[in-house]
Each structure stands twice: as C-alpha cells, then as structure tokens.
Design a binder for this molecule. Structure first.
Ligand SMILES: O=P(O)(O)OC[C@H]1O[C@H](O[C@H]2O[C@H](CO)[C@@H](O)[C@H](O)[C@H]2O)[C@H](O)[C@@H](O)[C@@H]1O
Length: 268
C-alpha cells in the first residue's frame, strides 16, 4: 500500500467482480456492482496507472451489471479494462475483443440438460428450488445456490461434469456453489501477469473472493512487484483468506478500502 501511495501512476488496481465488487445474490442475472465501489473506482481510475477487472463473467456482462442507476458505473471508470471469461475476452473503451467459442462448448450445451435430468436435478429459472445453467457463450456454469440442498447438488455434479469436461476438451472451474465448464489454457493469473507486463506496473493490488482468484494472488507474488492481495471475505470460501495480505468484510469492505485509497491518493 505504501508503494501504491508513493507512486500511484505506477499502480495497477485489479479486481474480481462477483463477491468482490458485487454482493452475492441467488440469481446470477441479478448481480449488480456496489454503488460505493463504483464511485470509488471512478475516482481511483484518474489517480492510478490502471484499473482492471479480471472476472469469470463475460466482459460485457461485467460492464452491464456495473451500471448504477443515477450514478457513475463501471463504464465511467477512466481507462478501465475488463478481462472477461478468465482473461479470454477484453473490454476497453466500449469495445470487446474475444476469440471464437471453443469447439467443445456446443457439446456441453447440448448434453448438460440430459446430464442434470439423469442426476435427478431439476432446472429452475424462478422461485422453485433447483439448479440453473448460465450460458456464457464460450463457457457454461451450473449453479446450485437455489437447489433444495446446494452442497449435495454440487457433490452429485462433480464427477459427471469432470467427465463431460474431459470429453469436450474443456476444464472445470469450481466456485461459490457453481461448477463451470470453460476452455482450458487461461486463468486469472495469466491474465493479470500479462496486464502488469503490458502496463509496466510498478506496484499492484488485487482483490477477490473465490477460488478462481487464487491464481491472481499468485500472479501478484510472482510479479516481484510491491503488491497487496485483498480477500473479500465470506463464510463460503476459506482458502483465499489464508493467502491474503488484507481481509475485508465482503463487497462493502472492498468499497470502503477503495474509497479510503482514493481519499489517500487525492491528498488533503
Ligand atoms: O470471477 P467473478 O467475477 O467472481 O465471477 C465468478 C462467477 O461469479 C458468478 O457466480 C457467483 O455469483 C452469483 C451472483 O452473486 C451467485 O449466484 C453464484 O452462486 C456465484 O457462484 C457468475 O454467475 C459466474 O458466471 C462467474 O464465473
């Protein structure tokens, strides 16, 4: 933090979206950025070298869910870059660049409903309990948060989804009551490392809440830069807190930290 404050122009501020900038909610389509976090990032964007979101969401979805009615949203953060789908996509200045979907994604899309039915898991899109499929174009996530027994549903899914992923040339990404089948070969660590090199970063902060963020924490360490890893704490994930330099209380705590940093960098 001292390095960031001493040389803000050399600092990269990296952030995850769900559970870090946006509170966790039952339906992934309802997730929205914490307005205080968005305001703080709008201030920070003009003070540091770069603000970058590194997220499992499609980059355009993070921007859409980063909108704040009547206030500044993530799209208003000066110079913001969003590395979506674990770094496969990039949003910058309103433009998204992304590679074509991997060949295996069509097979996963076709087979998932039958696989869930064979396991006795009901799909839900509304108030009824059940599991949901989130189709992200180049990846599909199976969410169990709204199942009658979320942990049991997750356990039942692990092996069959690992088999389908292997047969489809995809990999399983575990997260908070979710298993995602996504293309292999990219993770948040690679994405953040490449961004730090691209920007010639001289210090780095990365905040996250979930297992997928561990790779970004590792990238902070491996960069050799003065860096700080921040855990947006929850009762659902313990592994991140064990490896973090700072632990804050969920997205509200992240927003408070970003706001304090923006205040410190703005001067008196
Ligand atoms: O890398 P992230 O930005 O943290 O995205 C990781 C996954 O987050 C989303 O799922 C999580 O948030 C949902 C909304 O709060 C919640 O309902 C779900 O239980 C969480 O796992 C998102 O839906 C996934 O696509 C992201 O990969």
């Amino acid at each position: 933090m001292a390095a960031i404050k001493a040389d803000p122009a050399g600092a990269v501020i990296g952030l995850d979206f769900d559970g870090t900038l946006a509170p966790i909610v039952p339906d992934p389509a309802d997730a929205r950025v914490d307005p205080h976090a968005a305001s703080a990032l709008v201030r920070l964007g003009g003070l540091v070298g770069a603000v970058v979101l590194v997220t499992g969401r499609p980059a355009a979805t993070a921007i859409a869910y980063g909108a704040v009615p009547g206030g500044p949203g993530l799209a208003d953060v000066p110079g913001l870059v969003v590395l979506g789908q674990y770094g496969l996509e990039r949003w910058e200045a309103g433009q998204v660049t992304s590679p074509p979907p991997p060949p295996g994604v069509d097979r996963v899309r076709a087979e998932l409903p039958g696989l869930l039915a064979a396991l006795g898991l009901t799909l839900t899109g509304g108030e009824e309990p059940g599991v949901t499929i989130e189709d992200k174009g180049r990846a599909l996530a199976v969410h169990t948060r709204r199942a009658a027994d979320p942990e049991a549903a997750l356990r039942a899914l692990r092996e069959p989804l690992a088999k389908l992923a292997a047969e489809s040339g995809m990999q399983v990404e575990p997260g908070r009551l979710v298993l995602e089948l996504r293309p292999a070969g990219m993770d948040k660590g690679h994405a953040l490392s490449a961004f730090l090199a691209e920007r010639g970063a001289r210090s780095v902060l990365f905040a996250g809440d979930d297992l997928g963020d561990l790779a970004a924490f590792e990238a902070v360490r491996l960069s050799g830069l003065p860096g700080v890893t921040v855990c947006s704490a929850s009762l659902e994930v313990a592994a991140l807190a064990q490896r973090a330099d700072l632990i804050v209380d969920g997205p509200a705590g992240v927003a408070a930290l970003l706001s304090a940093l923006a205040g410190a960098l703005s001067g008196p």
